[in-house]
Design a protein around this ligand. Structure first.
Ligand code: NCD
Length: 327
């Protein structure tokens, strides 16, 4: 968060991530109150601007904004003037002109939220851009993991994940979640192994600071957390796996594999989970699976991100906004 936008985990660095996690601790407490609402962003307007489908991310941001008493606006591409041929720039400038303070942008093209941030005065949060990044997902994952490890050890959540071993499994090549998670887990000191068939792993991981493996069973014996990814079927242009059955057999947490897992191994998934492909019901519905906690924590973490951008950040001054527009 360069003070104005959150486009990548790299905008935050370790210090920024820890700051968001600490702030989210207090917002998680707000979410548990009988009336889970604080006036922190009263008078501000938060717009979700989604050019791709979403269930949890959009609702999570809208809930977060409402719990901070901000007004919310929902833009959905399918029912907008885009279908009449309006450009992305005109669309976001129209919203900006209505006095929006933050735009939460999801788009199928990598880099679209960054481009939007150049055009508008509002703070921009990347809610998923193509195969690039999905920073708030990684932040809520760090928050959830740190909480789960602390509650198991009976201690307060630590901000350091040194010594924690995480396997990110599946369609890493097409996953924006994987990219943000590698950056965030790495910044907090965890060690990450990417696991999948060669066709679904990035062509190169030089500079990623990760291990790579094609053998899930071998890795399962060594890690503390398995982070499963959905097969990004909407982005699979060619047949990169022989069949769903074979993929599941080799890289899914199947019932068979589940029975061999160490009791302390934790399972995470950003959702939507495709049961029967990457995860069996027996795993998805077991206490080791943190998916529901990830969704719940998503609201507190997004409250922290919005609060930080709209109250603590170095807001875009209106003359700066003019400069940006002409850039
Ligand atoms: C992810 C996304 O859209 O990138 N979902 C999410 O936001 N929780 C992951 C996915 O679609 O597989």
């Amino acid at each position: 968060m360069s003070g104005r936008d959150l486009l990548s985990i790299a905008d935050l660095g370790r210090e920024g991530i820890v700051d968001v996690l600490k702030l989210a601790d207090s917002f998680a407490e707000v979410s548990e109150r009988e009336i889970p609402k604080v006036p922190a962003l009263r008078g501000k307007t938060v717009a979700t601007v989604f050019f791709e489908s979403s269930t949890r991310t959009r609702l999570s941001f809208e809930t977060a904004a409402k719990r901070l008493s901000a007004d919310t606006m929902t833009f959905t591409a399918a029912t907008s003037s885009l279908s009449k041929g309006e450009s992305l720039r005109d669309t976001v400038e129209t919203l900006d002109a209505m006095g929006v303070d933050a735009m939460i942008v999801r788009h199928a093209c990598a880099g679209a939220p960054k481009q939007v941030a150049r055009w508008v005065r509002a703070a921009v949060v990347n809610a998923g851009d193509g195969q690039h990044e999905h920073p708030t997902q990684a932040l809520l994952d760090c928050f959830t993991l740190r909480e789960a490890l602390a509650s198991r050890a009976g201690v307060e959540p630590a901000d350091d994940l040194s010594g924690v071993r995480i396997a990110i499994v599946g369609d890493v090549a097409h996953s924006r979640v994987a990219r943000s998670c590698v950056l965030a887990y790495g910044a907090l000191g965890a060690s990450v192994t990417l696991v999948g068939p060669p066709t679904l792993l990035p062509a190169t991981t030089a500079g990623w600071g990760v291990e790579v493996s094609n053998d899930l069973d071998e890795v399962l014996a060594e890690v503390d957390v398995v982070y499963l990814l959905r097969l990004q079927s909407e982005r699979l242009e060619e047949s990169l796996i022989p069949s769903l059955g074979e993929y599941s057999e080799r890289y899914g947490l199947t019932r068979d594999r589940a029975r061999r897992l160490r009791p302390e191994l934790l399972v995470m998934h950003p959702g939507p989970m495709i049961r029967g492909v990457e995860i069996d019901d027996e795993v998805a519905d077991s206490p080791r699976c943190l998916v529901t906690r990830q969704v719940r924590n998503g609201v507190a973490v997004r409250m922290a991100v919005l609060f930080r951008l709209l109250t603590l950040g170095d807001r875009k001054a209106s003359d700066d906004g003019q400069e940006r527009r002409s850039a």
